[in-house]
Design a protein around this ligand. Structure first.
Ligand code: PSU
Length: 305
């Protein structure tokens, strides 16, 4: 494993050596999910949240031919201002490394990097999924396939409500991915606590989720777990309030023929504009909430391992 192109931040290297809990964090949310400077402030805040919850944060990004597992504050600040960072998934990770470009990792690429680094838990905002109209566009995020193949527990606030959440759940079921709602029966919808769709599984403690993670490894099951953690009640934008903004943004994306990797960043930006920034406040709150739960799960895995 020594010749892997991985560069560990000192605190992550120490935590690995000592078997202390680590939570992987992605970087597409920084480069493509939020505007500067809120993206940098949020990235720092999420790292601090993981530390306060007793784990070590490892923000993952590709720079200078290496997958950085844990970023120094200088590197984080540089990444947050990089306008042409690649948005990396399974398909383009190796090309970015081989050509020395700067790349931000999506859920899929962060899972790959976390597995290579021996990190069991990864916290983010919302996974990619099946886009609306996928029956004609075939636009399905590579995140779903990655959840089926790579054994990392991903904590997210469900799937972004810009997606076809029902079809996203169907595909996850087909792929054999455990979708575990945390503390409620409903699958959460990112900015809102409820999607109106039941999650296939429910768990109420980080310890049980850790036990299920370790049990999958004992059984030799490939693929990860999706833990769907609802946004805190005080921070949510209820579904009937966010829906008009989502519908307007989707209409605009279709009129402007926005496609492929551009769709999610475009919609997030438009919903930010249409809600006067309220969607960003909710996004920050839900990511921090996921970082806290991720730290608790990582701690429970470390204490059981
Ligand atoms: N969570 C957020 N904001 C984001 C993302 C997650 O709060 O921008 C990113 C993740 O990197 C995820 C990506 O993998 O959105 C999904 O992109 P796509 O729909 O193009 O697969």
């Amino acid at each position: 494993m020594t010749d892997l192109p991985l560069a560990y931040a000192p605190e992550v290297a120490d935590a690995r050596a000592e078997g202390r809990p680590i939570v992987a964090l992605e970087s597409t949310i920084i480069t493509h999910g939020m505007p500067y400077p809120q993206n940098l402030e949020t990235a720092r805040l999420v790292e601090a949240t993981v530390r306060d919850a007793g784990a070590v944060p490892a923000t993952i990004a590709v720079m200078m031919g290496m997958v950085h597992v844990g970023l120094s504050d200088d590197r984080l600040a540089a990444l947050a201002q990089t306008r042409d960072a690649m948005k990396l998934s399974r398909a383009d990770l190796a090309v970015c490394l081989a050509t020395g470009r700067t790349g931000a990792t999506t859920v899929a690429a962060t899972m790959i990097a976390a597995r290579l680094a021996g990190i069991a838990v990864f916290a983010t905002g919302g996974i990619g999924g099946v886009h609306r109209g996928a029956e004609t566009s075939f636009d399905v995020s590579a995140d779903l396939n990655e959840l089926a193949r790579t054994p990392v527990t991903v904590v997210a606030a469900g799937a972004k409500a810009i997606l076809d959440v029902e079809k996203t759940l169907e595909v996850l079921e087909t792929l054999g991915v455990p979708v575990i709602a945390y503390g409620q029966d409903d699958f959460p919808a990112f900015w809102s606590r409820r999607s109106g769709l039941a999650a296939p599984l429910r768990m109420d403690s980080a310890d049980e989720i850790a036990a299920a993670h370790l049990m999958r490894a004992r059984l030799g099951l490939e693929g990860g777990q999706l833990v769907a953690n609802p946004i805190p009640a005080g921070d949510e934008i209820p579904r009937d309030e966010i829906t008009p903004a989502i519908d307007a943004a989707l209409g605009e994306a279709s009129r402007r023929h926005i496609a492929a990797k551009e769709v999610t960043p475009f919609l997030l930006q438009r919903i930010f504009d249409l809600t006067d920034g309220r969607s960003l406040d909710a996004n920050i709150a839900l990511v921090r909430n996921n970082a806290r739960l991720g730290a608790a799960i990582a701690a429970a895995i470390a204490s059981r391992a």
